[in-house]
Design a protein around this ligand. Structure first.
Ligand code: ADP
Length: 396
C-alpha cells in the first residue's frame, strides 16, 4: 500500500511517498517559497535527485507539480493517482476534539478550520493541503494525524492554567502540546532501544520550533508548548516562556499594536531576535569566533532546556533517559553539551567523544557510568504518520 504524507506549511509542501508495511520511502521532496518567482522544487527517488527553481504561484500549482513528478513516465514512481491508497496529512492543532488519527470528512475539515484560531500559522495551510489532495487524489482515503494527539494523556494538573475555571470548562483554554508525532516516535524508539519496562523519559525536540516532553511509561504527562506552539523553549524565531505583562507594556508604553506584538513574539524573537540569525549553524560559527551575542544566546537556549529537565525529572520523580532529536538535537553537539553540562546531580553526564560522533542512527552519548542514559534519536515524523495512517486503515 502506498501512503503519501503531506506536510503543508505557509509557503511550502513537504511530501513523502512511503510503501507500507515495508516502510520503504519510494519518493520524497519539498516545494519551498511557494508564491515567489523562484520557488524551489526538490524531488528524490532511488534513481532521481533533482532540484529546480521555477515559478510556483500558489499551493495548488505546487500540488500539481508534485503529482506530475510522482506520475512522470520517466522520473515518476507511480503509474497514476489510483496507486496512492492513502494521503496522510500532518495537522498541527486538533484541540480536544481529536485525540487520535482520524479519517477526514467534511465535519473533520470544518473542525480543523475552527481550530485555526488556535494555530493560525499552521492549521489553515494544513487544511488547504487536505482540500488540494482531495482534488488531486480523489480515489485515496484522506487521513489526518494531529501534533496535539500524543499529549491528550497529560493530566489536568499539567494542562490547566491557573485561570478562572470557566475559561477551561467553557472555552477550552488549556495547554494542548505539539510536535506530538515526533515525541511519540522518539520516545518509543528510546524505550525499545534501552529495553525499558517502566520508563521515565524526557524527549527534547529542537528544530525551528522547539519543545520538551515528560514521557512516563510511553505517555506524555507534561510538555513545554501550551495553548499554542509559542510557549516553552527558546526557538528559531519564537521567544518561548515570557512574563505576559511584557505584552501589556509593549502595547501601553511602547505603542505596539496587538498584531505587531504577535509578529514580534512569533517571528522576530527567539534566536533570531537575540542574534540576527535563525539557523543555529550560523550562530554556532559566530559564537566560535567570539561573538558575545551568539555565545550568550546559546547559553540562554541551553539554560532554558536545563530548567525544564529539572522540572520534568521532579514531575516524574526520576529519570531513565534524556533524548535529543530534530535538526538541532540530532546535529548540534555544542548545544547538547551545553545542556548536559553540570547536570551530574541528576545523574546526567555526557561522554564528550561520543557526543562528537556523527551518525544518522540512534546512539548513546552519555557516559557509561552515568545513571541516566543520554540518547540521540533521529526523528521521523513522516514514518510515524505513515504507520498511524496504515494502522487506522486496517480498522476501517
Ligand atoms: P523543522 O522544525 O523545520 O523540521 P529541523 O528539525 O529541520 O526543523 O531543524 C532545523 C534547525 O536545525 C535549524 O535551526 C538548523 O540550523 C539546525 N541544524 C541543522 N543541521 C545542523 C548542524 N549540523 N548543526 C547545528 N544545527 C543544525
Amino acid at each position: 500500500m502506498n501512503i503519501l504524507i503531506i506536510n503543508a506549511g505557509s509557503s511550502s509542501i513537504k511530501y513523502q511517498l512511503i510503501q507500507m508495511p515495508s516502510e520503504l520511502v519510494i519518493g520524497k521532496g519539498l516545494i519551498e517559497r511557494i508564491g515567489s518567482k523562484n520557488a524551489t522544487v526538490k524531488y528524490k527517488t532511488n534513481t532521481v535527485d533533482i532540484e529546480e527553481v521555477m515559478v510556483i504561484p500558489n499551493h495548488s500549482a505546487g500540488f500539481k507539480k508534485m503529482a506530475t513528478l510522482l506520475m512522470d513516465s520517466v522520473q515518476g514512481v507511480i503509474a497514476d493517482v489510483n496507486d496512492i491508497a492513502i494521503v496522510a496529512h500532518r495537522v498541527v492543532h486538533g484541540g480536544n476534539t481529536f485525540s487520535e488519527t482520524t479519517v477526514i470528512t467534511q465535519e473533520v475539515k470544518d473542525k480543523i478550520r475552527e481550530l485555526s484560531v488556535l494555530a493560525p500559522l499552521h492549521n489553515p495551510h494544513n487544511l488547504e493541503g487536505i482540500i488540494l489532495a482531495e482534488e488531486a487524489f480523489p480515489t485515496a482515503k484522506q487521513i489526518a494525524v494531529f501534533d496535539t494527539a500524543f499529549h491528550q494523556t497529560m493530566p489536568v494538573k499539567a494542562k490547566k492554567y491557573a485561570l478562572p475555571n470557566e475559561l477551561y470548562t467553557d472555552h477550552r483554554i488549556q495547554a494542548f502540546g505539539f510536535h506530538g508525532t515526533s515525541h511519540k516516535y522518539v520516545s518509543e524508539k528510546a524505550i525499545s532501544f534501552l529495553k525499558l519496562k517502566s520508563s521515565k523519559i524526557i524527549t527534547i525536540h529542537l528544530g525551528h520550533g522547539c519543545s520538551i516532553t515528560a514521557v512516563r511509561d510511553g505517555k506524555s504527562i507534561d510538555h513545554s508548548m501550551g495553548f499554542t506552539p509559542s510557549n516553552g523553549l527558546i526557538m528559531g524565531s519564537r521567544s518561548g516562556d515570557l512574563d505576559h505583562s511584557i505584552i501589556f507594556y509593549l502595547v501601553n508604553n511602547l505603542g505596539y499594536g496587538l498584531e505587531e506584538v504577535n509578529t514580534l513574539l512569533t517571528k522576530k524573537s527567539g534566536m533570531l531576535g537575540l542574534t540576527g540569525h535563525m539557523d543555529l549553524r550560523d550562530i554556532e560559527a559566530k559564537a566560535q569566533s567570539g561573538n558575545p551575542e551568539c555565545e550568550l544566546a546559546l547559553e540562554m537556549n541551553a539554560y532554558r532546556i536545563k530548567k525544564y529537565i529539572g522540572a520534568y525529572t521532579a514531575a516524574m520523580n526520576g529519570l531513565d533517559a534524556l533524548v535529543f532529536t530534530a535538526g538541532i538535537g540530532e546535529n548540534s553537539s555544542t548545544l547538547r553539551s551545553l545542556v548536559c553540562n553540570e547536570l551530574d546531580y541528576l545523574g546526567i553526564t555526557m561522554d564528550p567523544s561520543k557526543n562528537e560522533l556523527k551518525s544518522s542512527n540512534i546512539r548513546e552519548i552519555g557516559s557509561d557510568k552515568a545513571q541516566v542514559k543520554v540518547l540521540v534519536v533521529p526523528t521521523n515524523e513522516e514514518l510515524e504518520i505513515a504507520k498511524q495512517a496504515y494502522g487506522l486503515s486496517h480498522n476501517l
